[in-house]
Design a protein around this ligand. Structure first.
Ligand SMILES: [Zn+2]
Length: 459
């Protein structure tokens, strides 16, 4: 009887007793947590026993995987989905083709690495003007930072300002955009009539494709050839083209100015660049056609385009940087089905290894450290995009609840700096326009502007 009583007394009288509920919840959490930890350590030991070092493994794609492609390589348990993927060699024909294409694309920025030609290229750049403009902008940024407080860092450094000045000069005074080349006899617009075989001279200068145009004026009938050169040093002479030529020639000039450059290939037929900012210790997007500096959301939120792959190739590396450009993958991500994600990792590892074959251990280590930092940066975008989505789905009352916390998000220091820099550059543009008159020396309206026709493919 006494025993029965004691049992009864242990059963909560009120089924919704808060303390008991809390205890049960805690117990349940504990069990779940232990289970997860067990599965997790099994998962880690599986991946550690893989063929690659943990550092190589950690380059993993910053993209959350579609279940279909993740399913084959990971245990089904949900909590394991965030474990870095194990690179996997391509096996199916489609993946092998993709691999071969990426290896070819990866050569693009290597063609710039010719010290003699880079020195030669600098002859076309008005260095004094570029350096003066850069110094001027840099002084303004430093003064602004100083006015904010004693330990404030300027939005951009001198080297960044040099590239920004180079970009303005390149578009306003050096390179021109070509859709249909005008008739060289009468200046009338031309109409595309297809492709032509390259002449021996065009071939010698690296053009494998030549577009053919016919003058639209009946009495003229002149044909115009537009060879698509992909040799940046030839482009220094022709000084015209579309987005492929622009990015190629400008990327080479950035190298000539001593900056590290990435050539970004995008699966939706666009190309642009990234330059490494020593001041900010990060890669910054640069689209010279658009005069866009550090505007990674331009293509998605600006142009309303969905992107699948954005892969950066430099002389010494390769990196999947899609997350920098596609912050919210559910909204702006396109189908990444060219190859399973572990295979993409394998291919990028392979390209990196090839490029770094003759590099010293120290240099390799430095680059790997840099990549880890970038990987964390890209992961941060994933996390903030998810957090933003979650916040949107919660009612306001949730944030004003018991804790009294407010909903205002924490300001992002990078975004603030970039905003400052944009303001500065806008002001600098206004100043320059004032000096040079309303048209200045700036180029023709860009066909890539969202209000203009959509851009043609890079090639
Ligand atoms: Zn004509």
């Amino acid at each position: 009887m006494a025993e029965r009583l004691s049992i009864r007394s242990r059963v909560p009288q009120n089924p919704l007793d808060e303390v008991k509920c809390q205890q049960l919840t805690d117990q349940f959490r504990q069990i779940l947590s232990t289970k997860r930890m067990n599965s997790l350590s099994t998962g880690i030991s599986i991946s550690r026993s893989g063929s690659r070092s943990s550092r190589e493994r950690d380059y993993g794609s910053p993209l959350p995987l579609p279940l279909s492609s993740a399913g084959n390589d990971l245990p089904a348990y949900n909590s394991l989905r965030n474990i870095p993927l194990i690179p996997k060699a391509p096996q199916d024909a489609r993946s092998i083709r993709f691999r071969s294409m990426l290896h070819t694309l990866a050569n693009m920025p290597c063609k710039w690495e010719n010290p003699g030609l880079l020195d030669e290229a600098l002859r076309v750049v008005p260095l004094e003007r570029i350096y003066n403009e850069a110094q001027e902008e840099c002084d303004v940024l430093n003064a602004e930072a100083a006015s904010l407080g004693p330990n404030k860092k300027a939005a951009w450094g001198y080297q960044d300002c040099v590239i920004r000045a180079l970009m303005r000069w390149f578009k306003s005074s050096f390179f021109s955009w070509v859709n249909n080349p005008p008739c060289s006899t009468c200046g009338t617009p031309t109409i595309g009539v297809g492709m032509a075989a390259p002449t021996p001279d065009e071939q010698a200068r690296g053009a494998t494709q030549v577009e053919l145009y016919k003058c639209s004026f009946e009495g003229c009938g002149q044909y115009e050839r537009f060879p698509r050169y992909n040799d940046a040093f030839v482009l220094l002479e022709t000084r015209k083209g579309r987005v492929g030529e622009w990015a190629n020639c400008f990327g080479m000039l950035c190298r000539a100015m001593g900056t590290r450059v990435r050539w970004i290939w995008n699966s939706e037929d666009h190309v642009w660049l990234e330059i490494y900012s020593l001041h900010r210790r990060k890669w910054v997007s640069v689209d010279v056609c658009e005069q866009a500096w550090d505007k990674p959301k331009l293509y998605t939120e600006g142009w309303q385009r969905k992107l699948a792959y954005c892969i950066g190739f430099s002389a010494d590396g390769a990196m999947d940087v899609t997350r920098r450009y596609v912050r919210n993958f559910s909204r702006w991500g396109a189908d990444r089905s060219r190859t399973p994600e572990p295979v993409l990792l394998y291919i990028l590892d392979e390209i990196r290894a090839t490029k770094r074959r003759d590099m010293s251990k120290q240099d390799k280590f430095r680059l790997e450290g840099e990549e880890m930092r970038e990987y964390r940066e890209l992961q941060g975008y994933v996390a903030s995009a998810i957090a933003a989505e979650v916040c949107k789905s919660l009612p306001d009352s949730f944030f004003k609840g018991q804790s009294g916390h407010n909903r205002s998000p924490r300001p992002d220091p990078d975004a603030q700096k970039a905003a400052e820099a944009r303001q500065n550059s806008a002001q600098a543009d206004v100043d320059r326009t004032r000096i040079r008159g309303p048209n200045g020396a700036r180029g023709a309206p860009n066909p890539q502007h969202p209000q203009n026709p959509p851009p043609p493919p890079p090639r």
